[in-house]
Design a protein around this ligand. Structure first.
Ligand code: SF4
Length: 377
């Protein structure tokens, strides 16, 4: 079982916090689609004929593509891969695109069967701080319209920890998503990445910096609200109603193979990681010349173990010592057990069903705990 990720590298406007790869000029869109078709063919053997259970259009803003362009990409993928009949096919979409006349009905008639909508917040001041295009009302409308169009498998992205969002407003954001009956929520803490407008604004003292305590508070408010409403907290940033786990991202967290296509996209196959140039012109020029815009890194056993630790600890399935023993050997088990001890004593890790999982408190320190368990070569 494997997945395919397609990066659509265009956005209408740059959100101030964003460090993903995108261009706000759509001039290259047609040339990109031609190059993508070439890449699909050149990389067709990467998954070794494994069945493909998920396709994910991320970005950038995939909803800048017409439904017919998305279906065309899926048809091209089907020429080279064994796509399962019930494959989860997700499109990331922004509210302003969803609300465009006719777009949702076109999507509903396409092969896309899951939407992940970039709401981020329902508070207008907060959305202006992030430099999002939509306002809170448009966000609510996009969700209601998507449900009405028949997209039951619907996910919402929210951002917490912004200085413009009070605890009460954050709780309201979560409440809106719950009351609309949205079955999947991904929530991300605002992080200040270098080379973003937000980074510069904070450096110049124009806006307030992100406060960790405030962000941790938001995380706890949401976790409680969502768990009280029967959402399963199945990965640190992800909650869902029963039966609505994101299959594509779950495959990442379980270490399954995936092929990434499009500028900046990453691929992984247990033994190596590879990534495309994060530059639209370079991506197009190389593929036009019949070359792949690719860099590859082989993974050592320690790299593979570190990846497993980092991903498994974030999930409800946890870290299995049996898996560590089978996949990496004795030495890794001894190291892992030893480094785990202080976190078990401090109540940040518990053992259940032969797997080690983070407690509510531990989830606030997930990266730090994983780093303690890493093996540094
Ligand atoms: S957050 Fe999404 S919509 Fe905003 S700039 Fe980044 S990729 Fe584009």
């Amino acid at each position: 079982m494997s997945g395919i990720y397609i990066h659509i590298p265009f956005c209408n406007q740059a959100c101030h916090y964003c460090n993903f790869h995108f261009s706000t000029s759509l001039n290259n869109k047609d040339a990109f689609l031609v190059a993508l078709t070439k890449e699909i063919s050149l990389r067709s053997s990467y998954l070794d004929d494994e069945p493909v259970s998920t396709i994910y259009f991320g970005g950038g803003t995939p909803s800048l593509l017409a439904a017919s362009e998305i279906d065309h990409i899926i048809d091209e993928l089907s020429r080279f891969h064994n796509i399962e009949p019930k494959a989860e096919i997700t499109l990331e979409a922004n509210p302003e695109d969803i609300n465009k006349k006719g777009y949702l009905s076109d999507l509903a008639a396409s092969k896309v069967n899951r939407l992940s909508i970039g709401v981020q917040s329902f508070c207008d001041e907060d959305l202006r701080f992030m430099n999002r295009i939509h306002d809170g009302e448009e966000a609510g409308l996009a969700l209601r319209n998507s449900l009405e169009a028949g997209f039951e498998n619907l996910s919402v992205d929210l951002i917490y920890g912004t200085p413009t969002l009070s605890d009460a407003q954050w709780a309201d954001n979560i409440e809106k998503v719950i009351s609309l009956g949205i079955p999947h929520i991904s929530m991300y803490c605002l992080t200040v990445e270098p080379k973003t407008p937000l980074f510069d604004q904070i450096k110049k003292g124009k806006v307030q910096d992100v406060d960790d305590e405030r962000a941790n508070g938001h995380f706890q408010i949401a976790a409680k609200q969502l768990e009280n409403n029967k959402y399963v907290h199945y990965e640190i940033s992800n909650f869902c109603k029963e039966g609505f786990m994101a299959a594509h991202n779950s495959n990442y967290w379980k270490g399954k193979d995936y092929l990434g296509l499009g500028p900046s996209a990453h691929s992984y196959n247990q033994h190596s990681r590879s990534w495309n140039a994060a530059n639209n012109n370079e991506y197009i020029a190389k593929l036009n010349a019949g070359e792949l815009p690719l860099t590859q890194e082989d993974l050592s056993v320690a790299d593979q173990y570190n990846d497993y630790v980092m991903l498994s600890l974030r999930t409800i399935w946890g870290l299995s010592l049996e898996y560590v023993l089978e996949s990496f050997g004795d030495e890794f088990v001894t190291h892992c057990k030893q480094e785990m001890l202080p976190h078990i004593s401090s109540g940040r890790i518990v053992i259940s069903d032969a797997a080690y999982t983070l407690t509510g408190q531990g989830k606030l320190f997930a990266d730090q705990i994983a780093a303690d368990l890493f093996i540094v070569e």
